[in-house]
Design a protein around this ligand. Structure first.
Ligand code: FAD
Length: 508
Protein backbone atom coordinates (compact mmCIF):
# COMPACT_ATOMS: atom_id res chain seq x y z
CA UNK A 1 0.00 0.00 0.00
CA UNK A 2 1.35 3.46 -0.95
CA UNK A 3 2.52 5.66 1.92
CA UNK A 4 0.05 8.42 2.71
CA UNK A 5 1.57 11.86 2.27
CA UNK A 6 1.68 14.50 4.96
CA UNK A 7 0.40 17.82 3.69
CA UNK A 8 0.63 21.37 4.93
CA UNK A 9 -2.31 23.48 3.77
CA UNK A 10 -1.37 27.16 3.77
CA UNK A 11 -4.36 29.50 4.09
CA UNK A 12 -3.48 33.10 3.24
CA UNK A 13 -4.94 35.83 5.46
CA UNK A 14 -7.03 37.33 2.67
CA UNK A 15 -8.37 33.92 1.59
CA UNK A 16 -10.60 33.00 4.53
CA UNK A 17 -13.13 31.22 2.32
CA UNK A 18 -15.80 29.09 3.96
CA UNK A 19 -15.04 26.28 1.51
CA UNK A 20 -11.39 26.67 0.66
CA UNK A 21 -10.22 24.58 -2.34
CA UNK A 22 -6.89 23.68 -0.69
CA UNK A 23 -8.68 22.13 2.29
CA UNK A 24 -10.89 20.07 0.02
CA UNK A 25 -7.98 18.92 -2.14
CA UNK A 26 -5.72 17.86 0.76
CA UNK A 27 -8.57 16.06 2.49
CA UNK A 28 -9.60 14.16 -0.61
CA UNK A 29 -6.00 13.08 -1.33
CA UNK A 30 -4.79 11.70 1.99
CA UNK A 31 -7.44 12.34 4.64
CA UNK A 32 -7.88 14.94 7.35
CA UNK A 33 -5.52 13.32 9.85
CA UNK A 34 -2.64 13.63 7.34
CA UNK A 35 -2.99 17.38 6.95
CA UNK A 36 -2.00 20.39 9.00
CA UNK A 37 -3.67 23.71 8.25
CA UNK A 38 -1.38 26.72 8.73
CA UNK A 39 -2.01 30.45 8.90
CA UNK A 40 1.13 32.60 9.11
CA UNK A 41 1.23 35.98 10.84
CA UNK A 42 4.29 37.45 9.15
CA UNK A 43 5.85 40.29 11.13
CA UNK A 44 7.64 41.51 8.00
CA UNK A 45 4.36 41.73 6.10
CA UNK A 46 2.43 43.40 8.92
CA UNK A 47 5.09 46.08 9.28
CA UNK A 48 5.93 46.49 5.58
CA UNK A 49 4.28 49.92 5.53
CA UNK A 50 2.51 52.04 8.17
CA UNK A 51 -0.75 50.09 8.10
CA UNK A 52 -4.06 51.20 9.53
CA UNK A 53 -4.50 49.60 12.96
CA UNK A 54 -8.17 48.76 12.30
CA UNK A 55 -7.17 46.82 9.21
CA UNK A 56 -4.53 44.85 11.12
CA UNK A 57 -7.03 44.04 13.87
CA UNK A 58 -9.57 42.89 11.29
CA UNK A 59 -7.09 40.70 9.46
CA UNK A 60 -5.43 39.08 12.49
CA UNK A 61 -8.66 38.59 14.40
CA UNK A 62 -10.43 37.13 11.34
CA UNK A 63 -7.48 34.73 10.79
CA UNK A 64 -7.53 33.57 14.41
CA UNK A 65 -11.31 33.13 14.37
CA UNK A 66 -11.05 31.20 11.12
CA UNK A 67 -8.45 28.91 12.69
CA UNK A 68 -10.65 28.39 15.77
CA UNK A 69 -13.59 27.52 13.56
CA UNK A 70 -11.59 24.94 11.60
CA UNK A 71 -10.44 23.37 14.87
CA UNK A 72 -14.07 23.11 15.97
CA UNK A 73 -14.69 21.22 12.72
CA UNK A 74 -11.97 18.71 13.53
CA UNK A 75 -8.97 20.06 11.61
CA UNK A 76 -5.45 20.30 13.03
CA UNK A 77 -4.57 23.96 12.76
CA UNK A 78 -1.60 26.13 13.70
CA UNK A 79 -1.40 29.92 13.66
CA UNK A 80 2.31 30.67 13.33
CA UNK A 81 3.95 33.98 14.21
CA UNK A 82 7.15 34.40 12.17
CA UNK A 83 9.49 37.00 10.75
CA UNK A 84 8.28 36.25 7.23
CA UNK A 85 5.94 33.86 5.39
CA UNK A 86 8.96 31.85 4.19
CA UNK A 87 10.37 31.46 7.71
CA UNK A 88 7.01 30.48 9.15
CA UNK A 89 6.32 27.85 6.48
CA UNK A 90 9.86 26.46 6.60
CA UNK A 91 9.60 25.87 10.33
CA UNK A 92 6.22 24.16 10.12
CA UNK A 93 7.15 22.01 7.11
CA UNK A 94 10.24 20.77 8.97
CA UNK A 95 8.53 20.07 12.30
CA UNK A 96 5.54 18.37 10.64
CA UNK A 97 7.83 16.50 8.19
CA UNK A 98 5.49 17.47 5.39
CA UNK A 99 5.73 15.87 1.95
CA UNK A 100 3.95 18.66 0.12
CA UNK A 101 2.32 22.06 0.58
CA UNK A 102 -1.01 23.03 -0.95
CA UNK A 103 -2.29 26.59 -1.24
CA UNK A 104 -4.53 28.68 -3.47
CA UNK A 105 -2.96 31.21 -5.86
CA UNK A 106 -2.53 34.54 -4.05
CA UNK A 107 -4.75 37.48 -4.92
CA UNK A 108 -1.79 39.69 -5.79
CA UNK A 109 1.06 39.56 -8.28
CA UNK A 110 4.02 39.38 -5.88
CA UNK A 111 2.25 36.81 -3.70
CA UNK A 112 1.77 34.51 -6.69
CA UNK A 113 5.39 34.93 -7.77
CA UNK A 114 6.49 33.99 -4.25
CA UNK A 115 4.29 30.86 -4.24
CA UNK A 116 5.30 29.70 -7.68
CA UNK A 117 8.92 30.76 -8.00
CA UNK A 118 10.46 30.93 -4.50
CA UNK A 119 8.50 28.65 -2.23
CA UNK A 120 9.40 25.25 -3.80
CA UNK A 121 13.14 25.96 -3.41
CA UNK A 122 12.73 27.43 0.04
CA UNK A 123 10.78 24.45 1.37
CA UNK A 124 12.38 21.77 -0.74
CA UNK A 125 9.08 19.91 -1.19
CA UNK A 126 6.47 20.06 -3.98
CA UNK A 127 4.23 23.14 -3.74
CA UNK A 128 0.78 22.80 -5.31
CA UNK A 129 -0.75 26.18 -6.18
CA UNK A 130 -4.45 25.75 -6.95
CA UNK A 131 -6.30 28.21 -9.23
CA UNK A 132 -7.71 31.22 -7.42
CA UNK A 133 -11.49 31.04 -7.09
CA UNK A 134 -12.11 34.17 -5.06
CA UNK A 135 -13.19 36.20 -8.11
CA UNK A 136 -15.85 35.63 -10.73
CA UNK A 137 -13.39 36.40 -13.52
CA UNK A 138 -11.60 33.23 -12.38
CA UNK A 139 -14.65 31.35 -13.66
CA UNK A 140 -15.35 33.39 -16.79
CA UNK A 141 -13.07 35.76 -18.72
CA UNK A 142 -15.11 38.15 -20.85
CA UNK A 143 -12.10 38.94 -23.07
CA UNK A 144 -9.79 35.91 -23.10
CA UNK A 145 -7.75 37.29 -26.03
CA UNK A 146 -7.42 40.85 -24.74
CA UNK A 147 -4.72 42.92 -26.44
CA UNK A 148 -2.25 44.82 -24.24
CA UNK A 149 -2.75 48.36 -25.56
CA UNK A 150 -6.48 48.11 -26.29
CA UNK A 151 -9.15 49.82 -24.15
CA UNK A 152 -11.88 47.64 -22.70
CA UNK A 153 -14.77 49.63 -21.32
CA UNK A 154 -16.22 48.66 -17.96
CA UNK A 155 -19.78 49.04 -19.28
CA UNK A 156 -19.40 46.29 -21.91
CA UNK A 157 -17.32 44.09 -19.65
CA UNK A 158 -20.13 44.32 -17.09
CA UNK A 159 -22.88 43.49 -19.58
CA UNK A 160 -21.00 40.38 -20.63
CA UNK A 161 -20.68 39.40 -16.97
CA UNK A 162 -24.41 39.93 -16.39
CA UNK A 163 -25.32 37.82 -19.39
CA UNK A 164 -22.87 35.05 -18.54
CA UNK A 165 -23.88 34.77 -14.86
CA UNK A 166 -27.55 35.53 -15.65
CA UNK A 167 -27.80 38.41 -13.21
CA UNK A 168 -30.71 40.88 -13.52
CA UNK A 169 -31.59 39.66 -17.00
CA UNK A 170 -34.81 38.51 -18.64
CA UNK A 171 -33.49 36.23 -21.36
CA UNK A 172 -31.01 38.42 -23.23
CA UNK A 173 -32.53 41.73 -22.06
CA UNK A 174 -31.68 43.65 -18.90
CA UNK A 175 -34.21 43.47 -16.05
CA UNK A 176 -36.23 46.69 -15.87
CA UNK A 177 -35.42 47.50 -19.51
CA UNK A 178 -32.05 49.26 -19.09
CA UNK A 179 -28.49 48.11 -18.44
CA UNK A 180 -27.54 51.31 -16.66
CA UNK A 181 -29.44 53.46 -14.15
CA UNK A 182 -26.67 55.99 -13.43
CA UNK A 183 -28.95 58.85 -14.55
CA UNK A 184 -31.52 58.04 -11.85
CA UNK A 185 -28.74 57.92 -9.27
CA UNK A 186 -26.09 60.59 -8.49
CA UNK A 187 -28.28 62.72 -6.23
CA UNK A 188 -27.04 64.81 -3.29
CA UNK A 189 -28.37 63.88 0.15
CA UNK A 190 -31.46 65.95 1.10
CA UNK A 191 -30.98 67.94 4.35
CA UNK A 192 -33.72 66.07 6.22
CA UNK A 193 -32.68 62.56 5.15
CA UNK A 194 -31.13 60.44 7.91
CA UNK A 195 -29.34 57.23 6.82
CA UNK A 196 -29.79 54.31 9.25
CA UNK A 197 -26.85 53.45 11.56
CA UNK A 198 -24.71 50.47 10.58
CA UNK A 199 -24.59 47.20 12.54
CA UNK A 200 -21.53 46.97 14.82
CA UNK A 201 -19.86 44.04 16.59
CA UNK A 202 -18.56 44.01 20.16
CA UNK A 203 -14.95 42.71 20.27
CA UNK A 204 -14.71 39.26 21.90
CA UNK A 205 -11.67 37.85 23.77
CA UNK A 206 -9.76 36.99 20.58
CA UNK A 207 -10.34 40.43 19.09
CA UNK A 208 -9.52 42.13 22.40
CA UNK A 209 -6.16 40.38 22.52
CA UNK A 210 -5.37 41.37 18.94
CA UNK A 211 -6.38 44.98 19.65
CA UNK A 212 -3.85 45.12 22.48
CA UNK A 213 -1.08 43.66 20.31
CA UNK A 214 -1.81 46.03 17.44
CA UNK A 215 -2.15 49.08 19.70
CA UNK A 216 1.56 48.86 20.55
CA UNK A 217 2.80 48.07 17.05
CA UNK A 218 5.13 51.04 16.47
CA UNK A 219 4.84 51.07 12.68
CA UNK A 220 1.04 51.26 12.46
CA UNK A 221 -1.22 54.33 12.07
CA UNK A 222 -4.71 55.14 13.38
CA UNK A 223 -6.09 53.45 16.45
CA UNK A 224 -7.44 50.01 17.34
CA UNK A 225 -9.75 51.64 19.91
CA UNK A 226 -13.37 51.58 18.80
CA UNK A 227 -12.87 48.55 16.55
CA UNK A 228 -16.36 47.24 15.76
CA UNK A 229 -16.10 45.31 12.49
CA UNK A 230 -17.21 41.75 11.77
CA UNK A 231 -14.43 39.17 12.18
CA UNK A 232 -16.26 35.94 11.32
CA UNK A 233 -18.32 34.82 8.38
CA UNK A 234 -21.44 34.65 10.56
CA UNK A 235 -20.99 38.29 11.58
CA UNK A 236 -20.22 39.36 8.00
CA UNK A 237 -23.46 37.68 6.88
CA UNK A 238 -25.33 39.72 9.51
CA UNK A 239 -23.76 42.85 8.02
CA UNK A 240 -25.03 41.79 4.58
CA UNK A 241 -28.51 41.18 5.95
CA UNK A 242 -28.50 44.61 7.59
CA UNK A 243 -27.36 46.32 4.37
CA UNK A 244 -29.87 44.54 2.14
CA UNK A 245 -32.71 45.12 4.60
CA UNK A 246 -32.04 48.75 5.49
CA UNK A 247 -29.74 50.59 3.08
CA UNK A 248 -29.91 48.95 -0.34
CA UNK A 249 -33.24 50.64 -1.04
CA UNK A 250 -31.55 54.07 -1.14
CA UNK A 251 -28.12 52.92 -2.33
CA UNK A 252 -28.65 54.02 -5.95
CA UNK A 253 -29.85 57.62 -5.59
CA UNK A 254 -27.22 58.58 -3.00
CA UNK A 255 -24.20 56.49 -4.06
CA UNK A 256 -22.34 59.65 -5.20
CA UNK A 257 -23.48 61.89 -2.34
CA UNK A 258 -21.05 63.16 0.32
CA UNK A 259 -21.91 64.48 3.76
CA UNK A 260 -20.07 66.02 6.70
CA UNK A 261 -22.64 64.40 9.01
CA UNK A 262 -22.74 60.84 7.70
CA UNK A 263 -19.65 58.97 6.59
CA UNK A 264 -21.39 55.84 5.32
CA UNK A 265 -24.68 57.14 3.88
CA UNK A 266 -26.28 54.16 2.10
CA UNK A 267 -23.07 52.30 1.23
CA UNK A 268 -22.55 48.71 2.33
CA UNK A 269 -19.08 48.81 3.97
CA UNK A 270 -18.67 45.19 2.87
CA UNK A 271 -15.49 45.54 0.80
CA UNK A 272 -13.16 44.66 3.70
CA UNK A 273 -15.02 41.35 4.24
CA UNK A 274 -15.19 40.53 0.53
CA UNK A 275 -11.48 41.18 0.12
CA UNK A 276 -10.47 38.66 2.78
CA UNK A 277 -12.91 35.97 1.66
CA UNK A 278 -15.38 36.15 4.57
CA UNK A 279 -17.97 36.97 1.91
CA UNK A 280 -18.11 35.91 -1.72
CA UNK A 281 -19.21 38.22 -4.54
CA UNK A 282 -21.97 36.06 -5.99
CA UNK A 283 -23.82 35.67 -2.69
CA UNK A 284 -24.04 39.47 -2.38
CA UNK A 285 -25.19 39.82 -5.97
CA UNK A 286 -27.90 37.18 -5.52
CA UNK A 287 -29.10 38.77 -2.25
CA UNK A 288 -29.48 42.14 -3.96
CA UNK A 289 -31.22 40.52 -6.93
CA UNK A 290 -33.65 38.77 -4.58
CA UNK A 291 -34.47 42.14 -2.97
CA UNK A 292 -35.42 43.46 -6.42
CA UNK A 293 -37.47 40.38 -7.25
CA UNK A 294 -39.41 40.58 -3.98
CA UNK A 295 -40.06 44.30 -4.45
CA UNK A 296 -38.00 45.25 -1.38
CA UNK A 297 -35.60 47.47 -3.38
CA UNK A 298 -35.99 49.35 -6.69
CA UNK A 299 -34.08 48.46 -9.84
CA UNK A 300 -31.91 51.61 -9.87
CA UNK A 301 -30.52 50.78 -6.43
CA UNK A 302 -30.13 47.05 -7.06
CA UNK A 303 -28.54 47.54 -10.47
CA UNK A 304 -26.28 50.24 -9.01
CA UNK A 305 -25.06 47.86 -6.31
CA UNK A 306 -24.67 44.86 -8.65
CA UNK A 307 -22.70 47.15 -11.03
CA UNK A 308 -20.20 47.83 -8.20
CA UNK A 309 -19.52 44.18 -7.53
CA UNK A 310 -20.10 42.28 -10.77
CA UNK A 311 -18.94 45.31 -12.78
CA UNK A 312 -16.34 47.50 -11.11
CA UNK A 313 -14.82 45.04 -8.65
CA UNK A 314 -14.34 42.27 -11.23
CA UNK A 315 -13.25 44.74 -13.92
CA UNK A 316 -10.60 46.18 -11.60
CA UNK A 317 -9.29 42.71 -10.76
CA UNK A 318 -9.29 41.73 -14.44
CA UNK A 319 -7.39 44.89 -15.38
CA UNK A 320 -4.85 44.27 -12.59
CA UNK A 321 -3.85 40.90 -13.99
CA UNK A 322 -3.83 42.25 -17.53
CA UNK A 323 -1.63 45.24 -16.72
CA UNK A 324 0.74 44.11 -13.97
CA UNK A 325 3.57 44.81 -13.37
CA UNK A 326 3.65 47.81 -15.75
CA UNK A 327 1.07 49.61 -13.57
CA UNK A 328 3.75 50.84 -11.20
CA UNK A 329 5.67 52.70 -13.90
CA UNK A 330 2.70 54.83 -14.98
CA UNK A 331 2.86 58.61 -14.67
CA UNK A 332 0.99 59.91 -17.71
CA UNK A 333 0.46 63.45 -16.29
CA UNK A 334 4.11 63.71 -15.25
CA UNK A 335 3.27 64.42 -11.62
CA UNK A 336 6.31 65.26 -9.51
CA UNK A 337 5.18 66.65 -6.13
CA UNK A 338 5.60 64.63 -2.93
CA UNK A 339 2.48 63.60 -1.01
CA UNK A 340 1.52 66.47 1.35
CA UNK A 341 2.10 65.69 5.00
CA UNK A 342 -1.52 66.48 5.89
CA UNK A 343 -2.54 63.17 4.30
CA UNK A 344 -1.05 61.52 7.39
CA UNK A 345 -2.55 63.78 10.08
CA UNK A 346 -5.59 65.44 8.46
CA UNK A 347 -4.29 68.92 9.43
CA UNK A 348 -5.57 70.85 6.43
CA UNK A 349 -7.96 73.78 6.27
CA UNK A 350 -10.09 72.70 3.30
CA UNK A 351 -13.30 71.41 4.93
CA UNK A 352 -13.81 68.51 2.48
CA UNK A 353 -10.22 67.24 2.65
CA UNK A 354 -10.11 67.68 6.41
CA UNK A 355 -13.30 65.63 6.91
CA UNK A 356 -12.35 62.85 4.51
CA UNK A 357 -8.77 62.50 5.75
CA UNK A 358 -9.79 62.43 9.41
CA UNK A 359 -12.34 59.70 8.65
CA UNK A 360 -9.73 57.72 6.73
CA UNK A 361 -7.12 57.92 9.48
CA UNK A 362 -9.60 57.23 12.29
CA UNK A 363 -11.71 54.47 10.70
CA UNK A 364 -9.84 53.24 7.62
CA UNK A 365 -12.95 53.85 5.54
CA UNK A 366 -14.15 56.40 2.99
CA UNK A 367 -16.80 55.69 0.44
CA UNK A 368 -15.99 55.65 -3.25
CA UNK A 369 -16.70 59.27 -4.19
CA UNK A 370 -14.68 60.59 -1.26
CA UNK A 371 -11.72 58.48 -2.42
CA UNK A 372 -12.16 59.43 -6.07
CA UNK A 373 -13.47 62.98 -6.16
CA UNK A 374 -11.84 64.41 -3.06
CA UNK A 375 -8.55 62.58 -2.47
CA UNK A 376 -7.58 61.46 -5.96
CA UNK A 377 -9.03 64.57 -7.58
CA UNK A 378 -6.88 66.72 -5.29
CA UNK A 379 -3.77 64.56 -5.84
CA UNK A 380 -4.16 64.60 -9.62
CA UNK A 381 -4.77 68.36 -9.78
CA UNK A 382 -1.86 69.01 -7.40
CA UNK A 383 0.47 66.76 -9.41
CA UNK A 384 1.31 64.40 -6.54
CA UNK A 385 3.49 61.45 -7.57
CA UNK A 386 1.21 58.44 -8.30
CA UNK A 387 3.25 55.91 -6.34
CA UNK A 388 3.21 58.08 -3.21
CA UNK A 389 -0.57 58.40 -3.42
CA UNK A 390 -0.89 54.65 -3.94
CA UNK A 391 1.33 53.91 -0.94
CA UNK A 392 -0.81 56.17 1.25
CA UNK A 393 -4.02 54.43 0.11
CA UNK A 394 -2.46 51.00 0.68
CA UNK A 395 -1.52 51.98 4.20
CA UNK A 396 -4.71 53.69 5.24
CA UNK A 397 -7.77 51.65 4.27
CA UNK A 398 -9.30 48.60 5.88
CA UNK A 399 -10.04 47.10 2.46
CA UNK A 400 -6.70 47.89 0.77
CA UNK A 401 -4.88 45.15 -1.14
CA UNK A 402 -2.50 45.46 -4.06
CA UNK A 403 -4.87 43.98 -6.68
CA UNK A 404 -7.64 46.45 -5.90
CA UNK A 405 -5.63 49.51 -4.93
CA UNK A 406 -3.22 49.82 -7.83
CA UNK A 407 -5.82 49.91 -10.66
CA UNK A 408 -8.18 52.09 -8.63
CA UNK A 409 -5.62 54.67 -7.53
CA UNK A 410 -3.20 54.68 -10.45
CA UNK A 411 -5.80 53.96 -13.13
CA UNK A 412 -9.20 55.26 -12.15
CA UNK A 413 -8.18 57.87 -9.60
CA UNK A 414 -5.05 59.43 -11.10
CA UNK A 415 -5.39 58.43 -14.74
CA UNK A 416 -1.66 57.71 -14.59
CA UNK A 417 -2.21 55.02 -17.27
CA UNK A 418 -3.37 57.63 -19.78
CA UNK A 419 -6.82 56.07 -19.93
CA UNK A 420 -6.56 52.28 -20.16
CA UNK A 421 -8.85 51.79 -17.15
CA UNK A 422 -10.98 54.95 -17.11
CA UNK A 423 -11.52 56.83 -20.35
CA UNK A 424 -11.06 60.28 -18.79
CA UNK A 425 -9.31 61.77 -15.76
CA UNK A 426 -11.80 62.35 -12.94
CA UNK A 427 -11.07 66.01 -12.28
CA UNK A 428 -13.52 68.54 -10.88
CA UNK A 429 -13.58 71.99 -9.32
CA UNK A 430 -15.39 73.11 -6.15
CA UNK A 431 -18.59 73.27 -8.18
CA UNK A 432 -18.90 69.47 -8.19
CA UNK A 433 -17.93 69.13 -4.52
CA UNK A 434 -20.53 71.74 -3.55
CA UNK A 435 -23.22 70.07 -5.66
CA UNK A 436 -22.65 66.63 -4.12
CA UNK A 437 -21.87 67.59 -0.49
CA UNK A 438 -22.41 70.08 2.33
CA UNK A 439 -18.68 70.70 2.90
CA UNK A 440 -18.32 74.04 1.13
CA UNK A 441 -20.80 75.84 3.42
CA UNK A 442 -18.50 75.52 6.44
CA UNK A 443 -15.20 75.97 4.59
CA UNK A 444 -12.91 78.97 5.00
CA UNK A 445 -12.38 79.05 1.23
CA UNK A 446 -14.77 80.60 -1.27
CA UNK A 447 -16.08 77.93 -3.61
CA UNK A 448 -16.90 80.53 -6.26
CA UNK A 449 -13.43 82.06 -6.58
CA UNK A 450 -10.54 80.66 -8.58
CA UNK A 451 -7.85 83.21 -7.66
CA UNK A 452 -6.97 85.07 -4.47
CA UNK A 453 -6.08 84.03 -0.92
CA UNK A 454 -9.57 82.79 -0.12
CA UNK A 455 -10.22 81.06 -3.46
CA UNK A 456 -10.96 77.33 -3.12
CA UNK A 457 -7.69 75.53 -4.00
CA UNK A 458 -9.72 72.94 -5.95
CA UNK A 459 -10.65 75.79 -8.34
CA UNK A 460 -7.16 77.24 -8.63
CA UNK A 461 -5.63 73.81 -9.16
CA UNK A 462 -8.38 72.73 -11.57
CA UNK A 463 -7.87 75.69 -13.88
CA UNK A 464 -4.12 75.40 -13.52
CA UNK A 465 -4.36 71.74 -14.60
CA UNK A 466 -6.43 72.68 -17.65
CA UNK A 467 -3.89 75.34 -18.63
CA UNK A 468 -0.94 73.06 -18.01
CA UNK A 469 -2.35 70.11 -19.97
CA UNK A 470 -4.56 71.96 -22.46
CA UNK A 471 -3.28 70.16 -25.52
CA UNK A 472 -3.60 66.65 -24.11
CA UNK A 473 -7.02 67.33 -22.64
CA UNK A 474 -8.33 68.79 -25.86
CA UNK A 475 -7.53 65.50 -27.60
CA UNK A 476 -9.84 63.62 -25.22
CA UNK A 477 -13.40 63.67 -26.58
CA UNK A 478 -14.84 63.26 -23.06
CA UNK A 479 -12.95 66.30 -21.74
CA UNK A 480 -12.96 68.65 -24.70
CA UNK A 481 -15.92 70.68 -23.30
CA UNK A 482 -14.11 71.33 -19.98
CA UNK A 483 -11.11 72.71 -21.80
CA UNK A 484 -13.37 75.00 -23.79
CA UNK A 485 -13.97 76.89 -20.52
CA UNK A 486 -10.41 78.20 -20.85
CA UNK A 487 -11.65 80.48 -23.64
CA UNK A 488 -13.18 82.68 -20.95
CA UNK A 489 -9.81 83.30 -19.26
CA UNK A 490 -7.71 86.13 -20.65
CA UNK A 491 -3.89 86.09 -20.42
CA UNK A 492 -3.91 88.04 -17.19
CA UNK A 493 -6.25 85.51 -15.49
CA UNK A 494 -4.30 82.55 -16.82
CA UNK A 495 -1.13 83.97 -15.32
CA UNK A 496 -2.85 84.70 -11.99
CA UNK A 497 -4.18 81.11 -11.80
CA UNK A 498 -0.74 79.68 -12.51
CA UNK A 499 0.96 81.95 -9.95
CA UNK A 500 -1.61 81.18 -7.22
CA UNK A 501 -1.42 77.46 -7.94
CA UNK A 502 2.36 77.60 -7.79
CA UNK A 503 2.29 79.42 -4.43
CA UNK A 504 -0.22 76.91 -3.02
CA UNK A 505 1.85 73.94 -4.17
CA UNK A 506 5.05 75.45 -2.77
CA UNK A 507 3.34 75.82 0.64
CA UNK A 508 2.45 72.10 0.60
P1 FAD B 1 -20.20 50.10 -1.76
O1 FAD B 1 -20.37 51.46 -2.30
O2 FAD B 1 -21.24 49.59 -0.86
O3 FAD B 1 -20.03 49.15 -3.03
C1 FAD B 1 -20.25 47.74 -2.96
C2 FAD B 1 -19.00 46.98 -3.28
O4 FAD B 1 -18.61 47.17 -4.61
C3 FAD B 1 -17.78 47.33 -2.47
O5 FAD B 1 -17.84 46.72 -1.21
C4 FAD B 1 -16.65 46.83 -3.32
O6 FAD B 1 -16.38 45.49 -3.03
C5 FAD B 1 -17.20 46.93 -4.72
N1 FAD B 1 -16.60 48.02 -5.49
C6 FAD B 1 -17.19 49.14 -5.89
N2 FAD B 1 -16.36 49.88 -6.65
C7 FAD B 1 -15.21 49.21 -6.71
C8 FAD B 1 -13.97 49.45 -7.35
N3 FAD B 1 -13.73 50.55 -8.07
N4 FAD B 1 -13.01 48.53 -7.17
C9 FAD B 1 -13.20 47.41 -6.45
N5 FAD B 1 -14.36 47.14 -5.83
C10 FAD B 1 -15.35 48.02 -5.98
N6 FAD B 1 -11.99 49.08 -2.96
C11 FAD B 1 -11.45 48.14 -2.20
O7 FAD B 1 -12.07 47.12 -1.93
N7 FAD B 1 -10.18 48.27 -1.70
C12 FAD B 1 -9.45 49.36 -1.96
O8 FAD B 1 -8.32 49.44 -1.52
C13 FAD B 1 -10.01 50.39 -2.76
N8 FAD B 1 -9.33 51.51 -3.04
C14 FAD B 1 -9.87 52.48 -3.82
C15 FAD B 1 -9.12 53.61 -4.12
C16 FAD B 1 -9.63 54.58 -4.96
C17 FAD B 1 -8.81 55.76 -5.32
C18 FAD B 1 -10.91 54.43 -5.50
C19 FAD B 1 -11.47 55.46 -6.42
C20 FAD B 1 -11.67 53.32 -5.18
C21 FAD B 1 -11.16 52.33 -4.35
N9 FAD B 1 -11.89 51.18 -4.02
C22 FAD B 1 -11.32 50.21 -3.26
C23 FAD B 1 -13.22 50.95 -4.58
C24 FAD B 1 -14.35 51.49 -3.70
O9 FAD B 1 -14.12 52.84 -3.41
C25 FAD B 1 -14.50 50.69 -2.41
O10 FAD B 1 -14.64 49.33 -2.74
C26 FAD B 1 -15.72 51.10 -1.64
O11 FAD B 1 -15.65 52.46 -1.32
C27 FAD B 1 -15.84 50.26 -0.39
O12 FAD B 1 -16.92 50.71 0.37
P2 FAD B 1 -18.29 49.92 0.41
O13 FAD B 1 -18.05 48.50 0.74
O14 FAD B 1 -19.19 50.69 1.32
O15 FAD B 1 -18.76 50.02 -1.09
Amino acid sequence: MAKRRKTVVWILGDQLLCSHPALAQAESEDGREQMLVVLVESHGRLTKRPYQRKKLVLLLSAMRHYAADLRRHGYQVEVVKAASFGEGLKGIVASWRADQLICMAANDFNGRRFQQERLPDLLNIPVVVLPNRQFLTGQYDPYPDAEPEKRYLMEYFYRKMRRHFEVLVDGDAPAGGKWNYDRENRKPLPKDKEPPPIITFEPDAITGEVMEEVAILPTAIGTSTGFDLAVTREQALLAVEEFIGRRLVDFGPYEDAMSSQHSLLYHSKLSAYLNIGLLEPMELIRSAEAAYQSGAAPINSVEGFVRQILGWREYICWQYWRLMPAIYDWNYWEARHPLPRFFWDGQVDLACLNHVLRQAIQTGYNHHIERLMILCNFSLLAGVKPNEVNEWFLSTYIDAYDWVMAPNVLGMGLNADGGLIATKPYIASANYINKMSDHCGSCRYDRKKRIGDDACPFNTLYWNFLIQHEERLRANPRLGPNVLGLRHLDDHERLAVQQDAGRFLDRL
